[in-house]
Design a protein around this ligand. Structure first.
Ligand code: HEM
Length: 144
């Protein structure tokens, strides 16, 4: 039986939360980083960290682990899963490193902001790719 919360199948909820996360990231970038309102940008990032713990930590990673042996013994069949997981892990890894760097060096030093800027673009770029891979996969699963 498909797991659901309040009658909504979990993949639909997860997709909805992922869309919110992506919008918050993009808004945090446009209204926060580009207009130098770093407080807003910071709030957006923390909100995303919290939501992503729910969707990826509690839903995607347990499913990926359950499928891992199957996927690795049959990589040609599960290549899509493997690519999505790898790009997703890269995006999350990059994001986590950035968050920790700004936590360790408090007060948002301008030097660190300049240095980490390309990595922020890389993070949002890989994030968007992981999102569309997951979204396309969702469509294939529900509307084949
Ligand atoms: C930036 C990172 C990521 C984004 C934006 C993202 C996005 C998505 C989206 C939109 C879906 C479709 C919703 C659904 O079917 O539940 C999905 C599904 C999935 N993702 Fe991710 N994902 C990310 C990272 C990861 C990582 C790191 C893993 C595992 C290591 C992972 C494993 C999965 C799995 C197993 C599913 C399918 C769940 C199912 O069969 O219902 N994702 N992802």
């Amino acid at each position: 039986m498909m797991q659901s919360i309040l009658g909504i199948p979990i993949p639909f909820l997860v997709l909805g939360i992922e869309i919110i996360i992506l919008l918050v990231l993009i808004l945090g970038w446009i209204y926060g980083a580009r207009r130098m309102d770093f407080k807003l940008h910071h709030k957006a990032v923390w909100f995303v960290v919290f939501l992503h713990i729910l969707t990826v930590g509690l839903w995607m990673i347990p499913i990926a682990i359950a499928r891992l042996t199957l996927a690795l013994s049959n990589p040609l069949l599960y290549w899509y899963q493997i690519v999505h997981d790898t790009v997703g892990l890269l995006a999350i890894g990059l994001g986590a490193i950035l968050v920790v760097m700004f936590l360790v060096k408090g007060g948002m030093p301008l030097k660190l902001l300049k240095k980490t800027r390309p990595f922020m673009f890389l993070t949002i770029g890989t994030w968007i790719i992981a999102f569309f891979l997951g979204f396309y996969w969702f469509l294939l699963g529900w509307f084949p």
